[in-house]
Design a protein around this ligand. Structure first.
Ligand code: ATP
Ligand code: MG
Length: 429
């Protein structure tokens, strides 16, 4: 009897990114790093695991994330309460405070990587997903809010994205929100009959968030609720107008969405989202805003801050709907060979081609030319080099173009001395 071992599968909502998919990821990441560098943003890498209380405080107790989406557990060794980061901002702000990064200058920083939320998996919603998180720490003015938005518009353009629109709102300041909140709670009490259980539970703890509902039966109620925007004082309006004026300077269109809220006390002034209709129900690609209260809330010296997070899976999905082409080939040159001595010569030749900057695969495993050529073709290489006993004897390799187009002036196949190959590739590849 042979024993059958159990297959272990990945966790629900946690996806493997396979070699044929990772080319698009790597291309996107490279574009993103260039784009961020062009605005002076520097990379920062914070731990995946943090104390649970960092997120409870930094994101807010009465939020979807903290109430029901966090991967939290007790460290079996010392009983600490730990959480897999569900977003980057709290950890980045913690690190900024811990290392005193704002002591002599403001900071433009970003993180890119996996975050974790226990949600119901569907298109555009996973339990491990990736974010690009960008934070401008220590800047108070509307100029930086606008710069972040302009910067995003540049990325969309660089990626050739279509149908992505900007929604904008202002949350004002705490006292303005308090006045609005009073009016809002009164309004919600009047409409208690249409509120669902979640809304009833939150109407006193986080009433703004009630307006963020996706429940169709509550849309009318939410649309007619008192608008926070109408409670803003002169300074908040001026900040908002400062952002809008700069967006107009840059030719960026936006719509004012008074229901766009982040129901957390430390969020203030500018909030925005970039949304598309091309991704089904999960249409928000990027969300951001100002959170001047967070540094103080996490034990730091008060300092203004503004930032955003992009969902990378959604961005890639959208990008792949445009004409984005990513090179998924395994190599530029595939070397086929026959016999032990030819294999050894092929391995040395490959090293010199790599010196010249080419991606080279030397066939491994003993098979005939025919199946080696099949592999060469499947690898996506532009050219195959052939080294058999004859080539070895003559000191020349046969070079065969695998992807000739009609009317291509390059010869189908030619013989070249080993040391002339790199030069020839340079002129013809
Ligand atoms: P949603 O309303 O879709 O749940 P959110 O308000 O929870 O979004 P943020 O916390 O602002 O989202 O996260 C920033 C971005 O990360 C979102 O705009 C989205 O693109 C992406 N995102 C959020 N949750 C997920 C998820 N579970 N899977 C994939 N991407 C996600
Ligand atoms: Mg969510």
């Amino acid at each position: 009897m042979t024993q059958q071992f159990e297959k272990v599968r990945a966790l629900t909502g946690m996806k493997d990114i396979l070699p044929h998919e990772s080319a698009a990821w790597e291309t996107l990441e490279a574009i993103v790093r260039d784009w961020l560098a062009s605005y002076g943003y520097r990379n920062m890498r914070t731990p995946v695991l943090e104390h649970t209380r960092l997120f409870a405080r930094g994101i807010g107790e009465v939020t979807d994330i903290v109430e029901k989406e966090m991967y939290s557990f007790r460290d079996a060794l010392n009983d600490d309460h730990l959480t897999m980061r569900p977003e980057f901002t709290a950890g980045m702000v913690r690190a900024t405070i811990e290392h005193n990064l704002l002591y002599d200058r403001p900071q433009r920083v970003y993180c890119m990587g996996p975050v974790f939320r226990h949600e119901r998996p569907q298109r555009g919603r996973y339990r491990q997903f990736h974010q690009i998180d960008v934070e401008a720490l220590g800047f108070a003015g509307p100029d930086v809010d606008a710069e972040l938005i302009v910067m995003l518009a540049r990325l969309w353009k660089r990626l050739g994205l279509q149908d992505i629109r900007l929604e904008l709102n202002s949350l004002g300041q705490a006292d303005e929100r308090a006045a609005h909140r009073e009016a809002l709670v009164e309004y919600l009490e009047k409409h208690i009959d249409v509120l669902d259980d979640e809304a009833r539970r939150r109407m006193y703890t986080n009433p703004l968030r009630v307006l963020d509902t996706k429940n169709p039966a509550m849309q009318d109620m939410a649309n007619n609720a008192p608008r926070l925007f109408d409670f803003l004082g002169a300074e908040s309006r001026e900040h908002f107008e400062g952002v809008c004026a700069r967006l107009q300077d840059a030719g960026i269109e936006y719509t004012l969405n008074p229901r766009l809220v982040r129901g957390l006390d430390y969020y203030n002034l500018t909030v925005f989202e970039w949304v598309t209709d091309r991704l089904g129900a999960q249409g928000t690609v990027c969300g951001g805003g100002r959170y001047d209260g967070l540094l103080e809330l996490l034990g730091g010296k008060p300092a203004p801050a503004v930032g955003f997070a992009i969902g990378m899976e959604r961005l890639l999905d959208l990008w792949q709907q445009s004409d984005a082409v990513t090179d998924t080939s395994e190599c530029d040159v595939y070397v086929v060979h026959q016999g032990d001595a030819a294999q050894r010569r092929a391995a040395l030749l490959a090293e010199t081609l790599r010196d010249a900057g080419y991606r080279v695969l030397v066939h491994a495993g003993s098979t005939g030319f025919k199946s080696q050529f099949k592999r060469a073709d499947a690898s996506g290489a532009a050219v195959a080099l052939i080294i058999g006993p004859d080539e070895l004897a003559s000191g020349q390799a046969a070079m065969k173009w695998l992807r000739r187009q009609e009317g291509d002036s390059r010869p189908q196949q030619e013989s070249l001395p080993f040391d002339a190959i790199a030069e020839t590739l340079k002129t013809r590849l």
